[in-house]
Each structure stands twice: as structure tokens, then as C-alpha cells.
Ligand binder design. Structure first.
Ligand SMILES: *Cc1c(COP(=O)(O)O)cnc(C)c1O
Length: 306
């Protein structure tokens, strides 16, 4: 992946030049990982305008993540919303990725950040297909990680907390070093939870299944795909999935803002179904891309036009 770059970054309430968005080495979050973030995409819609997908839902989750971690975001949601939209404009992005980040500034060190300033940034950049164009079309290869997802009472699963991603990075890098594209993580009971940064679905006998929310992030793409599937008459069940449920599935796919809807064609050297993108995955994938591009009236409420 190429280095991220752009023109301006929103930092603590105003825009600064890209190169000037710097922090002190004593920035608390850098040492201990207490911070929260979001990942949001903006798409060019079919009429040529740009629209951010489910911006309100992402910002709601950002504030939830902060609340879980006892962080007080020093801005009201409307300010961050405008910062997101303006970041796209100022960086000339008709399509792109938005990264709001709430972090603890420098001041005291140690595990109680006390009165250190809570800081906020929004960065916008151009981001292509996270798991590749080919991955979206043909499906990717995944392995079950040797690393478990954190116990639900260690990692607060409703939040996107910076430090929790060390667990995801370990799993992702292990998978890549072992020649796979992505890691699927089991929870501490041994049940399938999610991938390193994506929720997971299996299809068997025409029924869509995904793990319930206990050990996984409440993904906005996950919720989107569940709603689209139900609207199309595909039954959706939230329940436990075992490792071998993956092996015998007709289809498996991942969802996430970065990964969108990405088929998995192989898990642990076992081809899934025919070893290619399955028909229900293809249907949901194209419906998802219709929704984000404003091609489906019913889902236009998810779009915030620039
Ligand atoms: C962000 C994330 C997802 C996907 O959530 P979306 O809201 O769909 O982007 C899934 N799992 C983890 C661990 C994540 O961090």
C-alpha cells in the first residue's frame, strides 16, 4: 500500500497543512493506546455528486467508543460532521476514506491520563479497495488465526479503541506472512468472531448467518448487509458459528467500511463452495455498491451529500 498523503488535516478545531499535523512524543495515546477512531467512506454517487455513507451512524459509534473509554470528546457531533465533509472538500476528494481520531495529548505519563487534553483529528485520503479489486471479484484466502479475539471483558467490543488493534495487527501479519490475505479470529470460547477488521458472514442453504454482537464490533457494513438481505427475502440469523461451519459453508464473506463486501474463497486451504464468489455474496455485494452510490432510493437515507 502506498503512503497516505493529502493537503490539509483537521486538528483540534481547525485545518492545518498536511505536513504540520504533528504531535508531541509524549502524546499519551502513543504510549498506551487509549484513543478511539472511526473509518468512513465517501463514494461518488451515480448522479456525479459525492456522498458519505452512514456518517451519522459512524459518528454515533465514535461517541460511544469514547464513552466506553471514559474519553470526553471536546466537540459536539455537528462539528465533527462538518470537519468530515470539509476534509473531503479541502483535499479535493470526490471519493475517499475518513479517519476521525480522538486521542489523549501530552502532559502526565502513566496509566491515568488525568487532565491531559483530549484531542481530535479528522484525516481524509484516497483509499482504493482494501483487499484488492481482484479480492472483491474472486474472493480472498483466509486462515483461522492462532491469536484469539480479546475476552469480551478485556476488549470492550462496542468500541473502536486504538490499542485493541495490536491484537488485530498480530493476526493480520501472521496471516500475511503465512501467505494468506486475511485472518479470521476465534473468541476465547473457540467460536468464530470476526476478521482482523471486518465482520464475517456465512451462507448455507440460502440462509445468511453471522455471529451475534457479543464478541464482535457492531459493524455498520454488517448492519447494512443484514438489512439489504432481509429486504431481498434472504433469512438472516445471528448465532454462533464454529470453525468447521466455515469449512462446510456454501459461501463466506467479510464486511467492513474498508473491505466493503469481500468474498472469501478459501479458509485454511479448504475451498469454500466452488472456490469462487458465491451467488448470494455477489447479489449482496452489488446491492451494497448500489446503496453507497445512491442507486437505490430506499437506502438514500444512508447518504450525506457533500
Ligand atoms: C471497523 C471494524 C469492523 C467493520 O465495521 P464497519 O462499521 O462495517 O466499518 C469490524 N470489525 C472490527 C474489529 C473493526 O474494527
Amino acid at each position: 500500500m502506498s503512503a497516505v498523503t493529502g493537503k490539509e488535516i483537521w486538528l483540534d478545531g481547525s485545518f492545518v497543512a498536511w505536513a504540520d499535523a504533528r504531535v508531541h512524543i509524549l502524546t499519551h495515546t502513543l504510549h498506551y493506546g487509549l484513543g478511539v477512531f472511526e473509518g468512513i467512506r465517501c463514494y461518488r454517487s451515480s448522479d456525479g455528486r459525492s456522498a458519505v455513507f452512514r456518517l451519522g451512524d459512524h459518528l454515533r459509534r465514535l461517541y460511544d467508543s469514547a464513552r466506553i473509554n471514559l474519553l470526553q470528546i471536546p466537540f459536539v457531533p455537528g462539528v465533527l460532521e462538518e470537519a468530515c465533509l470539509e476534509s473531503l472538500r479541502r483535499n479535493d476528494l470526490a471519493e475517499g476514506y475518513l479517519r476521525p481520531l480522538i486521542f489523549v495529548g501530552d502532559g502526565v505519563m502513566g496509566l491515568d491520563p488525568a487532565d491531559n487534553r483530549v484531542r481530535a483529528a479528522v484525516i481524509a485520503w484516497s483509499w482504493g479497495k482494501y483487499l484488492g479489486e481482484e479480492g472483491l471479484r474472486r474472493g480472498i484466502r483466509a486462515k483461522v488465526s492462532t491469536f484469539c479475539r480479546h475476552h469480551v471483558n478485556a476488549k470492550m467490543t462496542k468500541g473502536k479503541t486504538c490499542g485493541d488493534y495490536v491484537n488485530s495487527i498480530l493476526a493480520k501479519r501472521e496471516a500475511r506472512l503465512d501467505g494468506y490475505d486475511e485472518a479470521i479470529m476465534l473468541d476465547t470460547q473457540g467460536l468464530v468472531s470476526e476478521a482482523s477488521g471486518e465482520n464475517i458472514f456465512v451462507v448455507r442453504n440460502g440462509v445468511l448467518r453471522t455471529p451475534s454482537l457479543h464478541t464482535v464490533l457492531d459493524g455498520i457494513t454488517r448492519a447494512t448487509v443484514c438489512e439489504i438481505a432481509r429486504d431481498k427475502g434472504i433469512p438472516v440469523e445471528e448465532r454462533a458459528i464454529t470453525r468447521d461451519d466455515l469449512y462446510v459453508a456454501d459461501e463466506v464473506f467479510l464486511t467492513g467500511t474498508a473491505a466493503e463486501v469481500t468474498p472469501i474463497r478459501e479458509v485454511d486451504r479448504r475451498p469454500i463452495g466452488n472456490g469462487e464468489r458465491g451467488p448470494i455474496t455477489a447479489l449482496l455485494q452489488s446491492a451494497f455498491f448500489d446503496a453507497v452510490a445512491g442507486r437505490e432510493r430506499k437506502y438514500e437515507r444512508w447518504l450525506t451529500y457533500l
